[in-house]
Design a protein around this ligand. Structure first.
Ligand code: NAD
Ligand code: TYD
Length: 354
């Protein structure tokens, strides 16, 4: 029997890359439950939309009746849970949506998953998986010489976003320990690639550089992130789903730590190369702006567990991945136009006006 996966938040950046990759590489069917917030975009999934193996359901993970009905109707063998509010800056301006979706929404979803799973027969129960997609930000901030985060690093979330994800990770852990639900948690570093909403560093800088607008670097630009190409992340999730041990957590990262300023300079150079003729480098657009409150200094992931136990390693180099990504945004003006609507412009005006 072909397996069905219930994906939540599949119209967002990572979820849509995951769905397209899995439908191409596996024979699974996918039900995509997404609320279509500002970050969800069905254009990402145009190539899957007509497949008999794909169904989109517009709804909230916290809608208990809807989720119960979906689980009973589609009888998925796995739930892959991406749905979240995901932008740190938005969580600083207003945490309520983060609490609602990341904590209460995950809690409601877990409860429905538990109820569905309890009614499965023994062999179905043993095979079922609830995979929770989380972040490195739950571990807090590293000093320049600290070793990277491992799965044993104590949680120390610093932003409302990170705190809400940490809470959801703890709920997932509790559902495994208390009820035996076969959960898996992945904590991943910063992703980049196609379909990322241009409020995040990399797509924002590409689009601003193209348009000749300022490139707003927070603080001194020396904050470090560990960048991972989104398709490598999706392969890692599929690997954990297939081979991960229930109840375990797995760190995922790119072994690719870079300060923000270096990323912005590299993007400026690539845009100069791909869209020549501006007269002067886009690096001149770099503008240091007020720092993010509580800005974590450095993230870095130790991914030896997933490498050793499940045989996953990232494939893409940063040099090739960032080049592909810059080219994708430059070549997909229609996608950019569709997502940079009124509400996007409003966010940019409010957030960068001081
Ligand atoms: P995103 O913001 O691009 O997409 C989130 C998706 O969830 C959107 O399609 C949105 O419509 C949907 N959604 C939001 N609230 C919902 C609700 N209540 N019910 C149903 N759908 C809802 O996020 P992303 O960057 O694709 O991140 C996906 C997951 O990966 C998140 O859980 C995030 O915390 C985690 N993560 C992201 C990164 C990263 O670099 N982007 C890194 C590590 C972990
Ligand atoms: P972001 O893409 O928001 O991801 P996260 O906060 O989850 O790591 O930001 C990545 C880094 O880039 C982070 O250190 C903040 C910084 N940043 C800027 O310097 N300027 C910007 O306009 C944005 C959006 C981010």
């Amino acid at each position: 029997m072909r397996e069905t996966i219930l994906v939540t938040g599949g119209a967002g950046f990572i979820g849509s890359n995951f769905i397209l990759q899995r439908m191409e590489q596996d024979s699974c069917a996918v039900v995509n439950l997404d609320k279509l917030t500002y970050a969800g975009n069905l254009r990402n999934l145009e190539t899957a939309a007509n497949s008999s193996r794909y169904e989109f359901v517009h709804g909230d993970i916290g809608d208990v009746r809807l989720v119960r009905q979906l689980l009973r109707k589609h009888r998925p063998g796995a739930i892959v849970h991406f749905a979240a509010e995901s932008h740190v800056d938005r969580s600083i301006r207003g945490p309520a949506d983060f609490i609602a979706t990341n904590i209460n929404g995950t809690s409601a979803l877990l409860e429905q998953a538990r109820s569905y799973w309890s009614d499965l027969n023994e062999s179905e129960q043993a095979q079922f998986r609830f995979l929770h997609v989380s972040t490195d930000e739950v571990y807090g901030s590293l000093g320049p010489d600290d070793p990277p985060f491992t799965e044993r690093t104590p949680y120390a979330p610093n932003s409302p976003y990170a705190a809400s994800k940490a809470a959801s990770d703890h709920l997932v852990r509790a559902y495994h320990h208390t009820y035996g639900l076969p959960t898996l948690t992945t904590n991943c570093s910063n992703n980049y690639g196609r379909f990322q909403f241009p409020e995040k560093l990399i797509p924002l800088m590409i689009l601003n550089a193209k348009a000749g607008k300022p490139l707003p670097v927070y603080g001194d630009g020396k904050n470090v992130r560990d960048w991972l190409y989104v398709e490598d992340h999706c392969v890692a999730i599929a690997t954990v789903l297939r081979k991960g041990r229930p109840g375990e957590t797995y760190n995922i990262g790119g072994w690719n730590q870079k300060p923000n300023l270096e990323i912005v300079e590299l993007i400026s150079n690539l845009v100069d190369e791909m869209v020549p003729g501006r007269g002067g480098s886009r690096r001149e657009l770099i503008t240091f702006v007020k720092d993010r409150p509580g800005h974590d200094r450095r993230y870095a992931m130790d991914t030896r567990k997933i490498e050793r136990e499940l045989g996953w390693r990232p494939k893409e180099t940063f040099e090739s991945g960032i080049r592909k990504t810059v080219r994708w945004y430059l070549e997909h003006e229609d996608w950019v136009r569709a997502v940079t609507s009124g509400s996007y412009r409003q966010w940019i005006e409010t957030h960068y006006s001081v």
